[in-house]
Ligand binder design. Sequence first.
Ligand code: KIV
Ligand code: ZN
Length: 517
Amino acid sequence: MEKIFVFDTTLRDGEQVPGACLNPREKLEIALQLARLGVDAIEAGFPISSPGDFEAVKAIAERVKGPTIVALARAVRQDIETAWNTIKGAEKPRIHVFLPSSDIHIQKKFGTDRKKQLERGLEALEYAKSLCPEIEYSPEDASRTDLEYLAKVVEQVIAAGATVVNIPDTVGYAVPEQFGQLIAYLKREVSDIDKIVLSVHCHNDLGLATANTLAAIENGARQVECTMNGLGERAGNASLEEIVMAIKTRKDYFRFFTTVNTREIMKTSKLVSRLMGMPVQANKAIVGSNAFSHSSGIHQDGILKDRATYEAIRPEDVGISEHAMVLTARSGRHALRQKISEIGYDLPEQELEAVYSQFLSVADKKKRVYDEDLAVIVQDAIFAHLDHSKLYGLESYKLTTGNGEVPEARVRLRREEVILEATAQGDGPIDAIFKAIDKVAGVYHKLEDFQVKAVTETKEAMGIATVRVSREGFRAVGRGSSTDILKASAKAYVQAINRLDWLLQRSSEADPVEHSA
Ligand code: KIV
Ligand code: ZN
């Protein structure tokens, strides 16, 4: 059996999802969990794109041990130098240079020809190689590139020192059999192809990213680029959990293995979903909340007789344990710390204290604190810790409403130790609260999405509100939790506008840069 290398790009391609911007602390948190998951490489970001990404990639390179840490760069000297400056402290650094190879990209985006484009790529690669021994090269939009030209590019980048060559299906255009043949063609035609690791990077525009990736490994690719929960631009990237579990579950067919610790999959999925504010659809393969639930009587009967009747994948293999530890008001700090680590967080002692006291106040109101409740508490504590004095914090709100009356909200926010108040009327209580918050902030936000749900199915459940707002072309997500849903909504809105301020500030510090797919 041959090993397939798992290259995770959740923190780079995955983070390009609109509104899913992570701060450096959150990125580090996810990278530490990806290391526990056992991926071979973490693409930590695109350092030239912003000072925040630079800081995050550098912190990951310094702190995360085990996987190769990869930084993305265009075929531009300054990008490459910046990428190197972030990862040179890593145990195993790798620079990932990308440059389009399809005619449409070469002509429309670069206004040049194939020959000059290849020269540009080789020059960039040589420079990258002078800094870092391990270089990955991606001919962007490879699946729509003329085959002979693609083979020539691959051959020449290998000769120039690339150690990994990645074949991206940038626009999710490929279909499995044809994509497999493309990989087989490169394996056959390109000299020295066996000296490098051949990689694939598939997007999911036609819902074929996992199938294309699997077809590629059957035909000679040995690195798969993927993201947790399949997150990524547009329809997303190939999903890590699907590829890894397909290889494991069907080892009789694929005859490959990965060194991913699959029992960490669920924890990683939940962490990514929460920090990015991107809920996982219930029927998502492997990590959806329904992926292992059986509702029809016939299935339940079969499962009770023998789980294998309707379960091709064992839930415990992806980290769903049937005997989860139950947290109650009587649980101590030790149990809490253990549970926090199980759900994928690594908190310093002073934050643990804050989480503990918040946990106790929730546990007092509820018989049982579920993992989902705890995750919300932990996440609030992390954001509170980031809380520079310039962020808004919700002090209180008061609502006046009644039959036939227009709801009116009075909201008090704190910022830089100053209490700011405003009153506003709205179409409903939540609208009035959001308008009053906007009044305090002195700026109007467009509400793009608003959802409230109970995180567990009991009467005294915590409500979690998710709010998506936009301003000046930027979008941010905020989440808030409370057993009072109006308060949860207000907290979510305040967090969203804080994040939006942070994003706008970050973008004004950043160089303008084109984000690739
Ligand atoms: O989709 C793509 O082509 C990319 C490259 C940067 C590898 O993300
Ligand atoms: Zn991509």
